[in-house]
Design a protein around this ligand. Structure first.
Ligand code: ADP
Ligand code: ZN
Ligand code: ZN
Length: 787
C-alpha cells in the first residue's frame, strides 16, 4: 500500500519551463492532462503554460522529480507544441550556461533566441514565405449584414477564409496554399483580384511574415524586400536530401605553404575540441584556409557554422562562399524576414544546410551534426550584443565548440588582446600567415605631420598629390574619416555658443546636404540655425571634418574626380550599399570617403592609396580599450591598400607623429603594439588580466540611478569576498543620453569563477531593492564599451 502510494506521487513529473520574462528563474509545472495526440514531454520542446493572468509559450529545460513549491500550487502545462525537441541537450546546456554567465534571465535567453515565429507558436516545418489571411471584425460584420451581396464572389471568398481560418487550432489565420486549394475546389479559379478587393476594403488582412511586405517611407512606395538585389547565396535554397554528398568546387587557388600548414592543422583536429587563433595579415588568405577546413568537414558529413560581423557589408564574402562551396550554404542575418529566418534555422537544425553563415545571433542556431565553428574577424565589436541579453558570440562560439567537441577557428589580422593572451597561456593554438597571398605586398605607411602645415578640410598637400598620382594611373583611393556628416561642431564666432543636444552630453553634428543639425546619440535633430540663439550674430561656423565635408572638398579640389561616400547616411536605403560596392568594383569611383565601414574586410584590388585623415581620435579615448580599437581600425583600413598586383600606400595624417602608440604601431606592427598594450593592461589590472562586470542604471532624474547603485554597492561590499572590488558608483562617460541620467558601478575580479560566484546571488538582491524600481538597470559581463 505504502509503496503504491509513493509511486503514484513519483509519476507526476515536474516540468521545468523557461518562460520569456525578466524574472531570473525557470517555472515548474505539472504535465498536461492527457491531450489526444500529444507526445511525451521532453527537454527542448515548446509548451504553452498558464503564466500570470495569461498564457505563455516556453521551452522545457528539464524534467524533475520534485519542486520547491508544493505540488498543489503547481499549474498544468496547457499544451505541448512540438513532437520532438527543437533544441538538443547541448544547445540547452549552452543557453543555460550563457544565461548564468552573462547574468540574463533564463527565459529570455532560451526562448528569446528562437526565431520569432517559433516564439509565437508556429510549427517547425510550417514554412515560410507563404502569406496568411485572416478575417477582420469589419469582415465578420460584412458577412453578418450581407453588405457584400453586390459582389457575390467576394462574399464567397470571405466566407471561405472565415471557415478555413476557424479550422486551424490555436489560430485564426489561413495559409495561402490552403486557401488556394479551397478556392479552386469551390470553382473560383480567378480569386486574386476579388481577394485584393477584400483586403482593400479592410475585411481581410494579409499577414506575411513581418518584414517581407513593408512600406519604404523614404521612397513612399511598397517595396517587396525579396526583390531588392541580394547576393545570390543569400536566397534560401530548397532543401536537399540530407544524404546527398556535397560536390565541392575545387579551389582555383594553390595555397602557399603557410596556408597549407594552417589548413592541415585544423583538419587534423576534426572531431575534437580544438581552439585556434588564425592570425594572418590583411590579404594573407585566411578565408581560403578556413574554406578548406570547411570542405573537409562537409565531406565528412558534418556541418560548419561561420560567424561574420555584418553580412550587409560583405556581400563579396557571401558570394565567395557560394562559389567555392557548391553545397548548401545557408545565410542568417537581420535582413531576413521571419519566414526566411525560420526556414534557415530549420534547415540548419535538420542538417540540410551544410554550411551556415551568419551574424552574431547565428551562434544560437542548432546544428544536427556540428563539425566546425569559425569566427571571422574575431576582434569585431559587433560580436558583443550591447543591449538586452549582452552576450559575446565569439566567447559563446568557443564554449559551444567545447561542449560538442569540434574545432573552433578565430580568424583576424588584428586579434583581440584576449585572444592573444589565450595563445600565450596555451589555450589556443596559434596559426600564423605572415605574408600576403599571391603577388600582393604589404603597403608602405607614410606619416604626414599635420602640425603647422596648411591643410583645408582635412586634406594635406601630400595627400592631394597622392590622390592625383593614383588617378593618373587609373587606380583608386580610400579616405577614412571617423565621423559621418559634414562637421562635428557648429558654433558662433561672435560669442562662442556651441550647438549641442539638449538631451545628451554631446554636440550636434552638422549635416550640410540636409541642412540639419543632428545628435548622433539620440534621435534629436533640428533645422540648421542661421543666427546665434545667444547673441543673434550670423557668423556661425562649422569646425572639424566629417565624411560629407571631405567628399565635397575633394570634388572641389581635384577637378573631375569621381567621389563617393560610404557611411550610414549614404547606405541607409536598401540596396544602396550593394550598388555602391558595385560602382567601386567596376571603377566608376576614383575616391571613396567613408567611416569604419571601410575597414570591414572589403577586397578592392584596384585600391592603391588609403588615407587616414585623422589618426588621433583613438589616442586619447576615455575607454581603456580605445587604443586597441584604434590600432585595429588603422591596420584594417590600411589593409585595404594594395591587395591586387600593384603596391599600396597608406597615408596617415596626425598631429602626434611622435606618440609612442602610433610610432610603435607603424614601425613595429600590430603584434609589438599588442605586447606593449598587454603589459599595460597587466600593470593596470585590466582585462584580460582581470574580469569585469558593469552595472548600469539610468533614469530621467539624476539622483535615482545614484541612489540605486549606492545601495547596490553597499550590499555588494558587505558580501564581497577578497578578490572582488566594487568601484563606484560614478557617472557614465556620457552622463546624459537621450534625456536620461546615467550612472555605473564597476565590479572587478581576479578570476572569472570568483566573479561568477559573486554576481549571481548579489544580482538577485538588487532585484529586491525598492530603488531598483525607479531606474532602468542592466548588468554587462565582460563589457566591451564602458560608455
Ligand atoms: P584575408 O581574409 O586574409 O584578408 P582573403 O582570404 O580575402 O584574405 O584573400 C585575399 C585575396 O588573396 C583574395 O582575393 C584571395 O582570393 C587571394 N588568395 C588567397 N590565397 C591565395 C593564394 N594561395 N594564391 C593567390 N591568391 C590567393
Ligand atoms: Zn553668438
Ligand atoms: Zn542627443
Amino acid at each position: 500500500m505504502h509503496r503504491l502510494a509513493k509511486t503514484t506521487v513519483m509519476a507526476e513529473a515536474i516540468i521545468q519551463v523557461a518562460v520569456p520574462t525578466p524574472l531570473r528563474r525557470h517555472f515548474d509545472y505539472l504535465p498536461p492532462l492527457a491531450i489526444p495526440g500529444s507526445f511525451p514531454i521532453r527537454s527542448g520542446m515548446r509548451v504553452r503554460v498558464p503564466f500570470g493572468r495569461t498564457a505563455a509559450i516556453g521551452i522545457v529545460i528539464g524534467i524533475a522529480r520534485k519542486s520547491d513549491l508544493p505540488i498543489t500550487k503547481l499549474k498544468r502545462v496547457l499544451d505541448v507544441l512540438d513532437e520532438e525537441p527543437l533544441l538538443d541537450q547541448s544547445m540547452l546546456d549552452l543557453l543555460r550556461w550563457a544565461s548564468g554567465y552573462f547574468q540574463h534571465p533564463v527565459g529570455e535567453v532560451v526562448v528569446g533566441t528562437l526565431p520569432r515565429l517559433l516564439r509565437m507558436g508556429r510549427g517547425l516545418h510550417a514554412f515560410a514565405c507563404d502569406p496568411e489571411y485572416s478575417i477582420t471584425v469589419a469582415g465578420e460584420r460584412a458577412l453578418h449584414e450581407s453588405s457584400l451581396s453586390a459582389a457575390p464572389v467576394q462574399e464567397r471568398l470571405l466566407r471561405l477564409i472565415r471557415d478555413h481560418a476557424g479550422e486551424r487550432a490555436g489560430g485564426n489565420r489561413v495559409r495561402e496554399q490552403a486557401l488556394k486549394e479551397a478556392f479552386v475546389e469551390a470553382g473560383i479559379p480567378n480569386w486574386r483580384r476579388p481577394l485584393q478587393a477584400l483586403i482593400d476594403k479592410g475585411t481581410v488582412v494579409r499577414e506575411r511574415d513581418e518584414g517581407i511586405e513593408r512600406t519604404d517611407a523614404a521612397a513612399g512606395k511598397k517595396c517587396d524586400l525579396r526583390k531588392t538585389p541580394v547576393p545570390h547565396a543569400e536566397i534560401p535554397r530548397l532543401a536537399q536530401p540530407q544524404a546527398k554528398p556535397c560536390d565541392l568546387t575545387p579551389s582555383p587557388l594553390r595555397m602557399n605553404a603557410d596556408q597549407i600548414d594552417a589548413a592541415d592543422a585544423i583538419s587534423a583536429q576534426i572531431g575534437l575540441f580544438a581552439p585556434f587563433l588564425l592570425e594572418g595579415v590583411t590579404g594573407s588568405g585566411k578565408t581560403e584556409v578556413y574554406l578548406r577546413a570547411i570542405e573537409e568537414v562537409v565531406a565528412a558529413g558534418r556541418q560548419a557554422l561561420v560567424l561574420i560581423p555584418e553580412i550587409g557589408l560583405t556581400p563579396q564574402l557571401i558570394a565567395r562562399f557560394g562559389e567555392r562551396l557548391s553545397c548548401q550554404v545557408q545565410t542568417l542575418h537581420s535582413g531576413l524576414s521571419d519566414g526566411e529566418r525560420l526556414a534557415a534555422w530549420t534547415s540548419a537544425r535538420d542538417g540540410q544546410a551544410q554550411v551556415v553563415v551568419g551574424t552574431r545571433s547565428a551562434v544560437f542556431v542548432p546544428l544536427a551534426r556540428p563539425g566546425l565553428i569559425v569566427v571571422d574577424e574575431e576582434h569585431d565589436l559587433s560580436y558583443k550584443q550591447q543591449e538586452g541579453f549582452r552576450y559575446s558570440a565569439r566567447d559563446l562560439a568557443v564554449m559551444r565548440a567545447r561542449n560538442v567537441g569540434v574545432p573552433v577557428v578565430l580568424a583576424s589580422a588584428t586579434p583581440s588582446l584576449e585572444a592573444i593572451e589565450n595563445v600565450r597561456r596555451g589555450r589556443y593554438r596559434h596559426l600564423v600567415l605572415s605574408h600576403r597571398a599571391g603577388h600582393a605586398r604589404m603597403p608602405r605607411i607614410d606619416v604626414v605631420d599635420l602640425r603647422s602645415r596648411p591643410f583645408a578640410q582635412g586634406l594635406s598637400d601630400p595627400l592631394i598629390e597622392a590622390i592625383e598620382d593614383a588617378r593618373s594611373r587609373r587606380e583608386q583611393v580610400l579616405l577614412f574619416v571617423n565621423r559621418r556628416g559634414y562637421a562635428p561642431r557648429y558654433l558662433c564666432h561672435g560669442c562662442g555658443w556651441i550647438a549641442d543636444c539638449s538631451r545628451c552630453d554631446a554636440q550636434l553634428v552638422l549635416h550640410h546636404a540636409d541642412r540639419r543639425l543632428r545628435c548622433h546619440h539620440c534621435f534629436f535633430e533640428q533645422p540648421l540655425l542661421l543666427a546665434c540663439p545667444e547673441c543673434g550674430c550670423e557668423d556661425l561656423r562649422s569646425l572639424g571634418i566629417g565624411t560629407e565635408r571631405v567628399a565635397q572638398a575633394l570634388e572641389a579640389r581635384i577637378e573631375g574626380l569621381r567621389v563617393a561616400r560610404m557611411d550610414r547616411d549614404s547606405t541607409r536605403r536598401r540596396g544602396a550599399l550593394e550598388s555602391l560596392l558595385a560602382q567601386v568594383h567596376s571603377g566608376e569611383v576614383d575616391a571613396l570617403v567613408g567611416t569604419q565601414m571601410l575597414a570591414k574586410g572589403h577586397h578592392f584590388p584596384n585600391v592603391t592609396v588609403v588615407a587616414i585623415l585623422d589618426a588621433d581620435g583613438g589616442l586619447f579615448g576615455v575607454d581603456f580599450r580605445s587604443t586597441e580599437r584604434m590600432a585595429q581600425l588603422l591596420i584594417q583600413v590600411a589593409g585595404r591598400a594594395g591587395r591586387g598586383d600593384r603596391p599600396g600606400r597608406v597615408i596617415l595624417q596626425t598631429h602626434h607623429p611622435q606618440h609612442p602608440l602610433l610610432r610603435g604601431l607603424i614601425l613595429e606592427g600590430y603584434r609589438t603594439f599588442c605586447d606593449g598594450a598587454l603589459d599595460e593592461r597587466r600593470r593596470a589590472h585590466l582585462p584580460p588580466y582581470a574580469n569585469l562586470a558593469l552595472v548600469r542604471a539610468e533614469a530621467m532624474q539624476r539622483r535615482f540611478p545614484e541612489v540605486f547603485l549606492k545601495e547596490a554597492a553597499a550590499g555588494g561590499r558587505a558580501r564581497a569576498p577578497t578578490g572582488i572590488s566594487i568601484l563606484g558608483p560614478a557617472p557614465a562617460p556620457m552622463e546624459r543620453r537621450a534625456g536620461r541620467w546615467r550612472t555605473q558601478l564597476l565590479i572587478e575580479a581576479s578570476s572569472r569563477s570568483a566573479l561568477q560566484r559573486f554576481l549571481g546571488p548579489w544580482i538577485e538582491t538588487l532585484e529586491a531593492l525598492p530603488s531598483a524600481r525607479r531606474v532602468r538597470w542592466s548588468v554587462d559581463v565582460d563589457p566591451q564599451e564602458m560608455v
